[in-house]
Design a protein. Structure first.
Length: 469
């Protein structure tokens, strides 16, 4: 698991409290050490099989490679010790496979490939699993938001700008903006996935010279076997595919952070309109028994901030020069898995928060009456504007707002004094001044359902494979 990897020398990463408490274990497993090694071996086996189908090696040799991989008793201490000397793990891994192969087949493993081919293709297999996990988590959060948007589409509350009450809105309309963001993230992820999920098999400097004239055919066979796409253009130094996925993941995490910030702010004692669902001692303070801290929302903000902070480092990997990088690739080793892990963790916890969210509709109504009802000032101004024009109406309501605050009286009474007996403004309730809030809710739900119904990448690949069978 990320944050607790063990090797012959003990722990190789510092303990992460945030990961321990709230991290997404599925994504941690996907990018764990065991899965990395397993995917490299999977690629080596699939490569041998693809080469056999294209006539580069004998089918018996490919079968021997598969059998050796199946029965391999890997000495991981030796693997990582030797990998540290080489700088990469594939050479010692191939040597371990060679030791398990019968005489005559040992030269047919890793035939014509280079280290980065195997590592990149293995990473793409991990990335596909991580994308599926992100897709699933976005869908879970989106469904929870959709249900809340529907339920609270007509629940009036104070809309706030610059942290102050502005005009009435609904809780559903507030959540609709978050659902709409999430819809775009899901759409981006599903559109970007086919670009990202491509094998790498172009040899030492991207020319595939070692594989000869069958190189393109072998790539096609390998891609088909792994359920990925093939590209005839090498991407050893072109890391934009992964940078795009990292950015989308981080952007989705930031939407979770915006949601979390709403929960933190709206759960303040002075507002108290929402609260995280809580078990016994949930969010409890060690010294203040009254506290119910929004700890899950705080964790979301922590994960999202981490994900977005890592994106610039991921973009540094795109600077790789010549036909192979000299250090930029190593940046990616560290930050790409961590970015997707942090984003998945933010999404997972956000789903929990929305599903368990407590909403106090009475507090929302009470807060609409705060500040002597000044939240209806725009409504009053627009009503008066029909008679005296917008500028004059603004001045009159501005004066009435000051009078209401000075004398602590309802703004409706203050406005009556300001305008005198010749003008009158009928009282307007907050629920009568919600504008297009309901339309926003319906539009966000419709857009979400449209994108959600499209097949995710892994599901589409699986269906295509079933058709071929």
């Amino acid at each position: 698991m990320l944050g607790s990897r063990e090797s012959a020398g003990g722990s190789t990463q510092p303990f992460s409290l945030l990961a321990q408490l709230f991290g997404d274990r599925d994504t941690a497993t996907i990018f764990g050490r065991e899965q990395a090694v397993a995917r490299w071996i999977e690629v080596e086996v699939a490569l041998a099989a693809a080469q056999a189908r294209c006539g580069l090696i004998e089918p018996a040799d490919a079968a021997a490679v598969a059998a050796a991989a199946e029965s391999l008793d890997l000495d991981e201490d030796r693997l990582w010790r030797e990998a540290r000397v080489v700088g990469y793990p594939i050479l010692p891994l191939v040597e371990a496979l060679v030791r398990a192969l019968p005489e005559g087949a040992e030269d047919r493993v890793h035939f014509g490939a280079t280290t980065q081919d195997i590592m990149d293709t293995g990473l793409i297999l991990q990335t596909r699993a991580a994308i599926d996990r992100l897709d699933s988590l976005i869908c879970r959060l989106g469904e929870a938001l959709r249900e809340r948007v529907e339920r609270y589409a007509a629940t009036p509350m104070a809309g706030r700008t610059h942290a102050q009450q502005a005009v009435p809105t609904t809780f559903g309309a507030k959540l609709a903006t978050l659902l709409d963001e999430l819809t775009r993230h899901l759409d981006r992820l599903r559109n970007a996935s086919p670009r990202a999920l491509a094998i790498s098999l172009h040899g030492a400097a991207g020319t595939s010279a070692a594989s000869g004239p069958e190189a393109a055919a072998v790539r096609a066979e390998l891609a088909d076997a792994l359920g990925l796409t093939a590209t005839d253009v090498p991407w050893h130094a072109s890391r934009d595919r992964l940078a795009e996925i990292a950015w989308i993941a981080a952007a989705a995490a930031e939407t979770c952070a915006r949601l979390a910030r709403e929960v933190v702010d709206l759960s303040r004692t002075e507002i108290a309109e929402v609260a995280e669902g809580s078990a016994h001692h949930g969010g409890a303070s060690s010294t203040m028994p009254q506290k119910r801290n929004p700890v899950r929302s705080e964790a979301i903000i922590g994960f999202a901030g981490t994900a977005t902070a890592l994106v610039p480092a991921q973009l540094r990997a795109v600077e790789a020069g010549h036909e192979r990088s000299a250090g930029e690739w190593q940046i990616e080793w560290q930050v790409f898995p961590q970015t997707l892990y942090a984003a998945a963790s933010a999404l997972a916890v956000a789903g929990e928060v929305v599903e368990g969210l407590t909403v106090d509709e009475r507090a929302m109504l009470d807060n609409l009456a705060a500040d002597n009802g000044a939240i209806m000032a725009e409504a009053m101004m627009m009503s008066l504007a029909r008679e005296v024009g917008r500028n004059r109406a603004h001045d009159l309501v501005y004066e009435a707002t000051g009078l209401a605050r000075e004398r602590d009286i309802p703004i409706q009474d203050a406005l009556a004094e300001v305008v005198g007996p010749d003008l009158s403004v009928a009282p307007i309730a907050p629920a009568e001044y919600l504008g297009g809030s309901d339309l926003a809710c319906r539009a966000a739900i419709a857009a979400w359902e449209l994108v959600r119904e499209r097949p995710a990448v892994a599901a589409a690949v699986e269906r295509d494979s079933e058709k071929e069978e």
